[in-house]
Design a protein around this ligand. Sequence first.
Ligand code: MCA
Ligand code: AMP
Length: 513
Amino acid sequence: MKKTQDNTNLFVALRAAFPADLDAVAVETDDGLKYSWRDLERASAMIANLLDSLRLEPGARIAVQVEKSVEAMLLYLGTLRAGYVFLPLNTAYQSAEIEYFIGNAEPAVVVCTSRNEAWVRPIAQAAGTAHVFTLDDDRTGTLLQAAARCRDRHVPARRKADDLAAILYTSGTTGRSKGAMLTHGNLLSNALVLKDYWGWTEGDVLIHALPIFHVHGLFVAIHGALLNGSKMIWMSKFDPKRVIERMPEASVFMGVPTLYVRMLAEPALDRRNAGNMRLFVSGSAPLLIETFNEWRERTGHTILERYGMSETVMLTSNPYEPAQGERRGGTVGFPLPGVSLRVRDDQGQDLPTGEIGNIQVRGPNVFAGYWRMPEKTKEEFTADAYFKTGDVGKVDSLGYVTIVGRSKDLIISGGYNVYPAEVEAFINELPGVAESALVGVPHPDFGEVGVAIVIARAGATLDADAIVRELKARLANFKIPKRCFVVDELPRNTMGKVQKALLREQHKQLFAG
Ligand code: MCA
Ligand code: AMP
């Protein structure tokens, strides 16, 4: 008994929260499949046993690029259970992107779709990966075939709070993506805080409509439901009509702002459909005040906006309980219990209440560093161990945090991050291109999208459509500029630096209306 209590493996905490009735439904898919808690227990054990049978080194990475499915979630749980490190990859990533992640992380196991196996396998083999499995969203693939031969009982591996549980790649303003190393302690402490802060209660049902390769869908949503023993209505893809239809059976929904914008465009969204709901959470990108207000008018619910990062999981949240204060649109609420948040100027001095500066954070949720990048890790922390978020904001006299911008050059499009430096590097490699700039401009659906401004080399002629076509063959689809312009020169300041603010201003009306 003591053994289990001492084990800080995140899986142990999640498993301990399963309801007593293991035959109750834990996950119901949109196409009517039902998984009981016993199914989750047994299938995660089988996958953990499969991983154990491979005799992997401690700390081995399990890299996964598969479509959303319950089995993909079970692979995550099985990985935690066996004590290995889960490395989820966006399904939109193409071969050049995957080659970098796999080459950098050197996973012992790679799981991909059977459709992508032909190009993923050679990449994995070149990186020294010993095992490649497939997993498709129709419950087929070599992973499940192999797991089916394994025992359905498994004692969770012992893990300490500071042992790694996952690596999430996040792009950088300069250079290549960095792998944020998250520990069992980071993830569990944050999940426990949110369970309490967001008032998870018995009988809650979560509609899960987010992808499961980022913090929002993988950690915040899944941990929230499992740690509360709550059923999930599992949607493989976000469809606003379907979410609205299922609301009467649910109580909690989590989404990026684009999801709320798309649901507001549905005439069926009303107070009746949303009547059973308890909580709507928004995050990953700024929620427009118009969306916040319109949602309240249409549904009678006030969206709770929160703020987080891959490196830190959740940092701040608007209050759930009215006694703690109102949910303020345009703010991301208060630092969560255990999180210290401060605002400093560029010289590292604390700023007075209400003044705008760099947001720095510290807490049990803050990651262990960037994978194999000790120098980069050092740069991103202050001497007193605060993490520099790269977000710019302020804290008002009541303690509400508002994010007003970013010091990092980042575009957030539909909740996905696009780093201009990465896209510009791809554009600059195309024949005939002298240089380029990618800027984010407002977009009614995605919040913000990238627009490319490109300069041709002397004597070369460039075709904007051809540039976009070339990029589509190389980069994840959400990184593709929604418009591309070929111009004669880029605006520069006296130091010769491209004035992106001016370009943003020039193009800000492109998608208006
Ligand atoms: C799809 N497209 C996009 C995006 N998604 N373009 C820009 N930004 C996007 N986010 C484009 C595709 O390239 C394609 O273009 C066309 O839209 C249709 O693609 P499809 O895949 O069918 O799109 P969709 O299914 O409508 O997806 C939109 C979506 C999705 C549902 C909003 O992007 C999404 O699930 N976003 C959520 C992201 C998320 O979970 N973020 C959390 C990160 P074409 O036709 O030209 O090829 S975690 C995080 O940020 C932190 C830590 C936090 O605080 O949570
Ligand atoms: P990621 O790379 O996915 O970790 O993205 C983290 C970034 O998303 C943060 O540094 C913020 O810039 C942004 N972000 C997350 N939540 C919010 C929010 N509620 N409002 C504004 N920006 C947000």
